[in-house]
Ligand binder design. Structure first.
Ligand SMILES: Cc1cc2nc3c(=O)[nH]c(=O)nc-3n(C[C@H](O)[C@H](O)[C@H](O)COP(=O)(O)OP(=O)(O)OC[C@H]3O[C@@H](n4cnc5c(N)ncnc54)[C@H](O)[C@@H]3O)c2cc1C
Length: 418
């Protein structure tokens, strides 16, 4: 394939591979690079044996995946676990609200959320890239980008190798090197909250439920990620900056986490949190970060997507789903331009300046708003003890009023084709 026809994607996380699969549907040619080692083969049904934790895919992300990536949705549904119920309670275990996704989400948005082990999703995506003959290079850490007007982009990697392409999309996450090279280096913003995250066997009789306990100064959530396992996360305030490293805790640190969760004495209306934490095979503790909004995502033939463009704290579960919405918009705008030509699809027929400007315009306002909303939800999750009653009443009112509930979800899931 000619260099001017090649789209280079930096990052083989969640968004890079889905983007490459979607663009293949348009007949366009992508190559992907990632700084990580190639993951060794992962057992899809045993998340405990694999790297990373979990991800909750929402109706907006799933709709786009279903439309743009042939049979990927079905594979995610088979390996992961569709969520049937959302339920919240307060620190005393009193229910703040509950609804069934089959009556609230399915008729309105067409899909219900699916929990899945992150490593299982990654494994599915990498296998898909291979079976679709999309080239993926691991051990390639981007260090430089050069582009002159009307010329191809040249990328240089840490090992001294380089690659040229007609368009470059940085899908390289929270610590995006593409972003730093385009707009200057800047540290992600520590949000003074941490998450302790685990994967545990599902207790007998456990429902397919996304359950949140809004505790005193802390919160706890859990959802199933397969038939056998569930994911949980405890959010705590922490003034001292805590790194965002995904290293499994050592046994002695796990012990102190288990004690910490007992001190929080979460009372759940749904399951025993103490049991979940103590049966965890794997626990991580990470600091939560986001970044200030950018006023533009593009320079010349290079743009950003997913967390590279708008990294968010996970408190409204929309980070990856919004990255998938980016893909939906970019795909539609490329398709629109390609439809104006009778020739076979080619990058050469695309006006990149117009494409990128339309893409960014369709996304910046919503993603900026959601990063802000996620931060606010994070603050609610760790409300100080004297504010918890007020917070709980706010949540109870929102959950008991269908109109308020729909308004909130409509805003989150409002993906529309232009
Ligand atoms: C605790 C937690 C829970 C979350 N839960 C949810 C959830 O339930 N639902 C949801 O929608 N979102 C969730 N998110 C957010 C979600 O994880 C991210 O939005 C999503 O992973 C972004 O995907 P991405 O592909 O943009 O970036 P990433 O998944 O971070 O992938 C980036 C890739 O780029 C590679 N890379 C980095 N630098 C370079 C370089 N210099 N050269 C080459 N490659 C490079 C990395 O190795 C990585 O593979 C959560 C986030 C956290 C922290």
């Amino acid at each position: 394939m000619k260099e001017e026809e090649t789209i280079i994607i930096i990052g083989v996380g969640l968004i890079g591979p889905i983007l490459a699969l979607a663009l293949k549907k348009l007949g366009l040619h992508c190559i992907l690079f990632d700084r990580r080692q190639e993951p060794s083969s992962i057992s899809l049904l045993d998340p405990v044996q694999s790297e990373g934790a979990s991800i909750n895919l929402a109706p907006n992300g799933l709709k786009i995946i279903d439309e743009l990536c042939h049979s990927l949705y079905q594979e995610i549904e088979r390996v992961g676990c569709p969520i049937q119920v959302f339920t919240n309670c307060n620190s005393d275990g009193d229910k703040l609200g509950e609804f069934e996704t089959s009556t609230v989400f399915k008729p309105r948005y067409g899909y219900v959320n699916i929990g899945i082990a992150r490593s299982a999703l990654q494994s599915i995506l990498i296998n898909r890239l291979k079976s679709e003959n999309i080239l993926v290079h691991f051990n390639k850490s981007l260090v430089a980008i050069s582009q002159a007007e009307n010329e191809l982009v040249t990328l240089t990697f840490k090992d001294g190798s380089s690659c040229k392409g007609g368009m470059v999309i940085g899908a390289d996450g929270l610590h995006s090197m593409t972003r730093s090279l385009l707009f200057g280096a800047e540290k992600p913003t520590y949000t003074k909250t941490t998450q302790t995250i685990g994967v545990s066997p599902r207790p007998i009789g456990h429902r397919d439920v996304f359950h949140t306990v809004f505790g005193l100064n802390a919160s706890f959530l859990t959802y199933p990620l397969s038939k056998t396992h569930l994911a949980w996360a405890m959010t705590l305030p922490e003034e001292n900056e805590t790194p965002e490293t995904w290293k499994t805790l050592q046994p002695q640190d796990m012990e102190s986490i288990k004690q910490e969760s007992q001190v929080m004495s979460f009372k759940s209306s749904e399951l025993s949190i103490e049991q979940l934490v103590t049966t965890s095979d794997k626990i991580f503790k990470i600091g939560l970060y986001d970044r200030p909004a950018l006023s533009t995502w593009n320079v010349g033939r290079v743009t950003l997507i997913g967390d590279a463009a708008h990294p968010s704290t996970p408190h409204i579960g929309q980070g990856a789903n919004q990255g998938v919405e980016d893909i939906g918009h970019l795909y539609n705008q490329i398709k629109l331009q390609l439809n104006q030509s009778d020739k076979p699809p080619s990058l050469i027929d695309i006006n990149i300046a117009t494409l990128f400007s339309d893409y960014q315009e369709s996304r910046i306002i919503k993603t900026t708003e959601l990063v802000e909303k996620a931060r606010k939800m994070g603050a609610l999750r760790v409300s100080p003890k004297d504010k918890c009653k007020e917070r709980d009443q706010l949540l109870r009112n929102a959950w008991q009023n269908n109109e308020t509930l729909y308004k909130a979800y409509d805003m989150l899931f409002s993906y529309k084709k232009e």
